[in-house]
Design a protein around this ligand. Structure first.
Ligand SMILES: [Zn+2]
Length: 130
């Protein structure tokens, strides 16, 4: 498992199990809280959904995870917090990474100013396929 920064939370048995699942190879991975709930159950550790959300949000705040909202009510937590793009398969629910050089995005300076974006531009690009 990769070295994590100080998380500022007690590492209970349930949280250790969550971290173990999140950062098991191969990396990076994308999980929904509900998927993690089921995976914990399957591995004999019952973790409340509230605890899972709580831990995922804390890890996101610490910059360990990145939240990827693919549609209303469907959020994934990405173990690669660096800027990268995604393809979301609506039918299977799979979220996969895309090599950054696959897309070329041109936004004119006026739009950047209007959107009040600051460098480095942090934006999510999610291509949804049926
Ligand atoms: Zn990703």
């Amino acid at each position: 498992m990769m070295a994590l920064p100080p998380l500022g939370m007690r590492l209970t048995r349930q949280r250790k199990k969550l971290l173990e699942i999140l950062f098991a190879p191969p990396q990076p991975q994308h999980f929904s809280a509900e998927q993690l709930y089921v995976l914990c159950q399957n591995q004999g550790e019952s973790v409340a959904l509230g605890t899972i959300y709580n831990t995922l949000n804390k890890l996101t705040q610490k910059g360990v995870l990145k939240q990827v909202v693919v549609q209303a009510g469907r959020t994934y937590f990405d173990t690669n917090p660096k800027i990268h793009y995604h393809i979301y398969h609506k039918r299977t629910g799979h979220l996969v990474d895309v090599a950054q050089n696959v897309f070329s995005l041109q936004i004119n300076q006026e739009d950047l100013t209007r959107l009040n974006l600051k460098k480095p531009y942090q934006m999510d690009i999610i291509v949804r396929v049926p």
